[in-house]
Write a protein that binds this ligand. Sequence first.
Ligand SMILES: NC(=O)c1ccc[n+]([C@@H]2O[C@H](COP(=O)([O-])OP(=O)(O)OC[C@H]3O[C@@H](n4cnc5c(N)ncnc54)[C@H](OP(=O)(O)O)[C@@H]3O)[C@@H](O)[C@H]2O)c1
Length: 349
Amino acid sequence: MKYKFLGHSGLKVSQLGFGAGTFGGQGEIFAAWGQASQAEANTMIQLCLDAGINYFDTADVYSHGESERMLGKALVSERQNNIISTKVGIRTTDHINDAGFSRNYLTSAVEQSLKRLGTDYIDVLQLHQFDSFTALAQLMKSLDELVRSGKVRYIGVSNFSGWQLMKAQAIAEQYGYEKFTVNQVYYSLIGRDYEWELMPLNHDQQIGAVVWSPLGWGRLTGKFDRTHPIPAHSRLHDTAQFAPPVNEEHLYQVIDVLRDIADEAGFSIPQIALHWLLQRPTVSSVLIGARNQAQLQENLMAQDIHLSDQQIEKLNQVSAVYPPYPYYPYWNGQFTERFNELVTSQFTQ
Ligand SMILES: NC(=O)c1ccc[n+]([C@@H]2O[C@H](COP(=O)([O-])OP(=O)(O)OC[C@H]3O[C@@H](n4cnc5c(N)ncnc54)[C@H](OP(=O)(O)O)[C@@H]3O)[C@@H](O)[C@H]2O)c1
């Protein structure tokens, strides 16, 4: 396993991490993600540990907290050497205040996550989405206090826009509060929007990107394409309305090239799609989503692939989408070269 720095933290994380969203099997969205028992979860976590994974992600909202509980149990004897990342802020109950980042809710959300995880500290606490109703100065102070209390070691965001993250970061800088170390982002061969604003921001602020849904919510698995429909028993089939949107023709073009390269290299489509992300600038860790041991074992092999420059370039080209204003100047040749020079120097050991 290769390890990369998590932003400016000095902490090294495995370039492949594990997403425990498939643990728990409860609720409208998560029932379709997976139904692993605790025994199966334990075996999957052991496979991850054997492969050198030290970064494990979950959220309070996954399966009504069951994902946190199962991950905590599976990691209990290996707690110290591993990094647990969780996320709070999405509504968890019908109680009027159980959402967002009021100090009231944030504090109790962290306490509840600690209890479910069975630990006395959270390595990485992320804000699951932006909350426009909580003053950022107050939020950054609350986060700073959580870090000072020892209950949280690093803070991060997920699904923030550039201005939201940068404004919060600037407030933390201004008042001497803890700054963000992690940005958990959607990034895949069928979703490169991350590169327009957030990648340069992460580079500038030395924030490590942790990638969610690296297979585009299960679309880059090889199980469906132009001629094969989405399998009935798959997460994508049951939860497509929650998946990051993609143009269908663009998706099929990417799958066609992925299939060609997978055949040439002797690996599978998901393995090639994961591998492409491992070599992208600013990416600290890519979260594997696997509903069972077989998928996990297959995906872990993404780190063993060697693709030629030409194969990588084919993937770059077929997945490229012309960005909207004001991002298109990045496509001007000279600027792109300078930008690439800047970002490729970062986050590799
Ligand atoms: N911050 C956020 O907002 C956010 C959002 C989403 C996810 N996440 C995090 O990111 C992690 C990974 O996301 P994700 O699960 O959406 O990732 P993904 O890799 O895009 O999708 C994983 C799904 O693809 C299918 N799959 C995976 N490997 C396969 C293989 N080798 N062969 C065939 N099918 C395969 C499985 O679904 P089927 O078997 O049902 O097809 C699996 O559940 C989550 O666990 C969570 O920790 C965060």
